[in-house]
Design a binder for this molecule. Structure first.
Ligand code: NIG
Ligand code: FE
Length: 422
């Protein structure tokens, strides 16, 4: 484990501190390593972290330094989790399909027979905004209690203009109603809606010519995603959507090489994508291009587990090329109904062979990087957003090791305590 160094202890003391945590240990996750400060204190001024360091370096008695002091009794503070890939807004349930799969049906087969994403699309189209908001609110609340302080949410269960906008507007409402920062992503090209059967190019035209301009006008998405896959959109269709999106000023990201190698990663790199996600079938040239363009890899062990996949993403290659590896819940009703980042940490270690340190970097700084938020989120550093979690653990690796419990004490977002475990 790496321990504190001078760069994590800022010598200049802030003029005011609103909230000061004392008697804690920090895993700051600076540079994607634990970068631990033992016997530490952490100060927050307004919405930002204003001091980190060894407690003995505090210039005065804590009570004299801050408006509020929290004694952490030797517990650990880590950056809040950044969940960089979710489909958190949906209606209906896919538990019947889960049972079908247990009886031998495959995910692709269910999709081809009008189930899968299409079944969630039917339910989401039929749902009112209020219903969608209320169901998604429960999920947001669960994520908060799991230490997730920033979450990306995709549209993509509408697949028509009206429902895609409805989903993005619900995501916007959630952003107002919940303390977590939400990054909204437009995923109009998630699947081919049944009314465009055998006319996928026409649907791509609808996405590029009608949906994207409306999404742009309404300023309700910060990125554009596509599912590039045999059961979804081809590489050339993805290229068309990326071209239209980047021409309008959107950053792009891609569901790439999840079920087969579509050479999507190379395409994403060509468009300077924020991230390529899934990547089980990533090729060596694809990975090389990602590395050249500094595209983050988002690993989704929950979907791999839930779909009982056997082909793992090429972790050695990603590591060798120095590609930042993020991990995420991929919370969605079909392939990853998983609301727990600590479970995902464990899966990242045991299914994808990440070290605990890599997994924790994946859920914090590299998750932030996959959203283009690495300047403001993902580490405990002065000047960054005060999004952090106090954990009742003995070592950061406990977060990857313990299963079925969330040893959380407190969640702070933008400098405010948003949840305390009763
Ligand atoms: O990330 N791969 C495509 N999208 C989702 C699955 C969505 C669904 O099955 O509803 C995913 O795994
Ligand atoms: Fe996804």
């Amino acid at each position: 484990m790496k321990t504190a160094n001078a760069t994590t202890t800022n010598s200049q003391f802030p003029r005011t501190i609103d909230l000061l945590f004392i008697n804690c240990h920090l895993a700051t996750m600076v540079k994607g390593a634990y970068t631990i400060i033992k016997d530490a204190a952490l100060g927050i001024t307004g919405k930002k972290i204003s001091w980190t360091g060894e407690q003995t370096n505090l210039p005065d008695n804590p009570e004299k330094l801050a408006t509020q002091v929290i004694d952490c009794r030797n517990k650990w503070i880590l950056p809040g989790f950044v969940d960089c890939h979710t489909h958190l807004v949906w209606a209906g349930s896919r538990s019947e399909e889960f049972e079908m799969r247990l009886n031998g049906a495959r995910y692709e087969e269910i999709a081809q027979q009008g189930g899968g994403i299409a079944s969630t699309v039917r339910a989401t189209r039929a749902a009112t905004k209020e219903d969608l908001f209320s169901q998604a609110s429960k999920r947001m609340d669960t994520l908060l209690k799991q230490g997730i302080t920033c979450v990306e949410i995709k549209s993509g269960y509408g697949l028509d203009l009206e429902t895609e906008l409805k989903m993005l507007s619900v995501i916007d409402q959630l952003n107002q109603a919940f303390p977590q920062q939400i990054e909204p992503t437009f995923l109009g090209a998630h699947a081919l809606p049944k009314e465009f059967k055998d006319r996928s190019d026409a649907y791509v035209d609808l996405v590029t010519q009608t949906m994207l301009p409306r999404v742009k006008d309404q300023k309700i998405a910060s990125a554009v995603d596509v599912f590039c896959e045999g059961i979804a959109f081809s590489k050339s269709q993805t290229r068309k959507i990326f071209k239209a999106a980047t021409d309008m000023g959107f950053r792009v990201k891609l569901h790439a090489e999840q079920l087969s190698d579509m050479d999507g990663a190379a395409l994403a790199a060509e468009f300077n994508a924020l991230s390529c996600d899934h990547l089980e079938y990533l090729s060596s040239p694809g990975a090389q291009k990602m590395a050249e363009q500094d595209v983050a890899a988002v690993l989704l062990p929950g979907a791999f587990y839930f779909l009982k996949e056997t082909k793992k993403p090429p972790i050695h290659l990603l590591r060798k090329l120095g590609i930042p590896m993020a991990i995420s819940t991929d919370l969605n009703p079909g392939s990853s109904p998983i609301h727990s980042m600590t479970l995902i940490l464990n899966m990242a270690c045991l299914l994808f062979d990440l070290t605990c340190e890599e997994a924790l970097a994946g859920a914090t700084i590299n998750g932030a990087k996959a959203l283009g938020l690495e300047q403001t989120k993902g580490t405990l550093e002065v000047g960054k957003d005060a999004d952090l979690v106090l954990w009742d653990i003995n070592t950061p690796a406990d977060l990857c090791y313990l299963i079925g419990t969330t040893p959380i004490e407190m969640v702070v977002i933008s400098g405010k305590v948003q949840y305390t475990n009763p």
